[in-house]
Design a protein around this ligand. Sequence first.
Ligand code: GDP
Ligand code: MG
Length: 338
Amino acid sequence: MFSVFKKKLKEAISKLSKKVEEKEIIEEPKPAKRKEAKKAEKKDKKEKREKPKIIRRISREREIKEEDIKDVLWDIQLMLLESDVALEAAEKICEDVKSSLIGKKVKRDEIEKLVKKAFEEAIEKILSVPKIDIEKEIKKKKPFVIVFLGFNGAGKTTTIAKIGYLLKERGYKVVFAAGDTFRAASIEQLEEHGKKLGINVIKHHYGADPAAVIFDAIKHAEARGIDVVLADTAGRTHTNQSLVEELRKICRVNKPDLKVLVLDALTGNDIVEQVKMFNEAVGVDAYVFTKVDVYEKGGSIISALYKLPRPVLFLGKGQEYGDLEKFDPKKIIKILFS
Ligand SMILES: Nc1nc2c(ncn2[C@@H]2O[C@H](COP(=O)(O)OP(=O)(O)O)[C@@H](O)[C@H]2O)c(=O)[nH]1
Ligand SMILES: [Mg+2]
């Protein structure tokens, strides 16, 4: 994750460093008269021989002005956009970086540290969403009902299996609800996971009402003292409008305790549209970002959290049941800036 971002940030910082150095050369005081100028030139040459050039420059301090960082901010904004950060989020980050840099007195060798710090803070601000602890949540109510939302292929079914595995390992009783009654083979896919994990799957036939499937799973859980219902849903029906209506009905009938939006991090900055659509349809309580293991850019997570700040339940980092990771902004920042 973030390899593109890191490379580009390095380039932008090195450009800014050069800029500050150039300015210093231009601003060197010029002797007023010709004679003095010659004398100074001689002296300068001697000095140059005695002291390496670079040391003289490092010892200078300069105040950062808007014109110094205009180009660099532009580079950085492009870099953010190329890393899948949505425009509004990229603009906000640049705005924050700009206001924290302008007016700072800086030496050339401090620039990298200063720009990185300004960036770190701007991005950390976006990533610092409220925390969520799934075990704490599910202890609040029995059965605790979690509905997973998201487009086809986002990784809903896989994520449900992973979370089922994790909760079972920790001693909770789990049931799956096969609420994707639309996509071919989706019920079998969930059943396959259920078989491997020893978790029951409540299902109807294809084309059945998913709200009813989830309702049955909740009744099943109530009757058997099951702690958690993990409900799958379809990603896309004939049109987005019918998907919205289907999801609304699921929520109206079953009143889930947590609506988790599963997002494929590889989606790029279209992710913002998905966040908006699902949140307007039924409201999003938390996220899971999947395929983080194969995602080099990292920006779509920043875009989603900027658009709608919600807790991140987990990051999906592979195809095995154990491939779930806790979301830690500090760790992401470290990856970004190390
Ligand atoms: N590399 C990787 N692949 C994933 C991850 N999560 C899901 N997948 C894969 O993405 C594809 C779609 O996942 P699926 O759970 O069927 O998506 P759904 O349509 O939302 O239910 C499958 O091939 C999964 O194995 C992940 O975290 N990393
Ligand atoms: Mg599925």
